[in-house]
Design a protein around this ligand. Structure first.
Ligand SMILES: [Zn+2]
Length: 437
């Protein structure tokens, strides 16, 4: 490559080093393993399309003269190639010659089917007129079988000029690609897609008119350029635009006004729609149908509906935790957890007074003829979190000599208990209790 033709922002040598770095260091991870790509260009790299184009140009210069004849057609867009061969030339032969050129480069072949051949987003149709032994190509927009017409919905938060631009893009493609006999079909299809996406028909028609106007202007400009450069004998391939030239509006004129008018129309919807708007644009509301609920995505607007109530508990009232009730006549204790120590103490006292059969304290008292030391009931640990309290309660029931009724408690299994006891925090806690097992 002759570097004198290019103005590079850095020295050629540095530039090549950087290129080499970018191209040789493309790692990727797959299934937890790292890989280094050793051949070819990495997908998604901005360098890849440029370099593949350069590669293909070199390929064409170097190999094509030996493979194709002057009456063969070879048209390429990056890595998609459209080829026309004379009847006597076998496409498979050309393919195998192409595949022999560079080992890493493998071409595939797609032949025309019933006179149809897709290329990029165009479907080519070969038309044969038997009467006058004539052949010509026709074109229409090609959509794959798996294609679903999923584009920006009318209710999307995009600005209307964006939606207008999308529509114009589709119409422009229709005019540019379609042969006259397929144009109406394509325009009808575009209308149908965008109708389904909720676009008002007035908006769609506006975009169509705007597209036609643009094409007319382009054609006019081409005509003028040709005449002014002294060419008088020319024909321009005529895109069938019905010339309704009374419209002298400029391209973007009145779009906004039409959008607002259309927005007021009632949509055929069963339920309420929630429209999330990026800013607090309350003036949008008057343009929305009744069924629409406007929700602002600015968090401060919703925040004001919620007041944080500060519920503070005074230190001396803090009485949630795990407690023990000792027996006056043996080593065992009763372990329990509560959110309110005072209240729980009162409940235990009551159970003992009435002789509640469900109370573990009462049962221990009756079956052993022991005295319960309720006045020595004390909090072993303060804990507000109920899950932590229940865990500590289970841990203590498992590890201290107790007379709890176990059937209602979820006890730790031996393994977990063993692990938990390894933590110094828990082991020293246990050692602080005089009746641990
Ligand atoms: Zn006892």
């Amino acid at each position: 490559m002759d570097s004198s033709n290019f103005i590079l922002p850095v020295d050629t040598e540095v530039f090549l080093k950087l290129m080499n770095l970018c191209l040789s260091q493309s790692h990727f991870a797959f299934n937890g393993e790292f890989y280094l790509q050793v051949a070819g260009l990495s997908m998604g790299s901005p360098l890849s399309p440029v370099l593949s184009n350069i590669f293909m140009e070199i390929f064409e210069i170097k190999f094509l003269p030996n493979i194709l004849n002057f009456d063969h057609v070879w048209l390429r867009y990056v890595d998609d190639i459209f080829v026309v061969l004379p009847d006597q030339v076998e496409p498979a032969t050309i393919l195998s010659k192409l595949n022999d050129c560079v080992p890493q480069i493998k071409f595939t072949l797609e032949l025309e089917q019933n006179s149809f051949l897709p290329f990029l987003d165009v479907l080519l149709i070969r038309k044969i007129f038997i009467s006058d032994n004539r052949e010509e190509f026709a074109f229409k927009v090609f959509r794959k079988d798996t294609h679903i017409d999923s584009y920006v919905h009318w209710l999307s938060c995009h600005e209307s000029h964006v939606k207008f631009g999308i529509l114009r893009g589709f119409f422009l493609r229709a005019f540019r690609l379609c042969s006259p006999e397929y144009l109406d079909e394509e325009i009808a299809h575009i209308r149908k897609i965008f109708k389904t996406l909720g676009y008002p028909s007035q908006f769609i028609e506006k975009a169509l008119k705007s597209t036609k106007r643009r094409l007319r202007n382009v054609k006019k400009q081409v005509r003028q350029d040709l005449v002014s450069s002294g060419i008088s004998n020319f024909t321009i391939h005529d895109t069938p635009i019905d010339d309704n030239s009374n419209e002298i509006e400029t391209v973007n004129e009145n779009i906004e006004r039409d959008c607002e008018a259309e927005n007021r129309l009632r949509f055929d919807i069963a339920d309420k729609f929630i429209v999330n708007v990026p800013t607090d644009t309350t003036n949008i509301k008057k343009f929305l149908p009744r069924e629409f609920v406007l929700v602002s995505s600015v968090p401060t607007n919703i925040k004001k509906f919620f007041h944080r109530q500060k519920i503070s508990i005074k230190k001396d009232e803090h009485n949630a935790g795990v407690y023990q009730v000792p027996c006056k006549d043996c080593d065992s204790v009763y372990i329990g957890e509560t959110v309110d120590f005072k209240r729980r103490k009162y409940q235990h006292k009551y159970s003992l007074q009435v002789g509640d059969e469900n109370s573990a304290l009462h049962r221990h008292r009756i079956s052993n003829n022991h005295r319960i030391g309720l006045e020595e009931m004390k909090l072993l640990i303060k804990e507000d979190n109920v899950n932590k309290r229940q865990f500590i309660e289970s841990f203590l029931i498992k590890n201290v000599n107790n007379f709890n009724v176990h059937n209602n408690n979820v006890l730790l299994d031996d393994f977990t208990n063993h692990i938990v006891k390894k933590f110094s925090k828990f082991s020293s806690f246990l050692k602080g209790l005089n009746n641990f097992i």
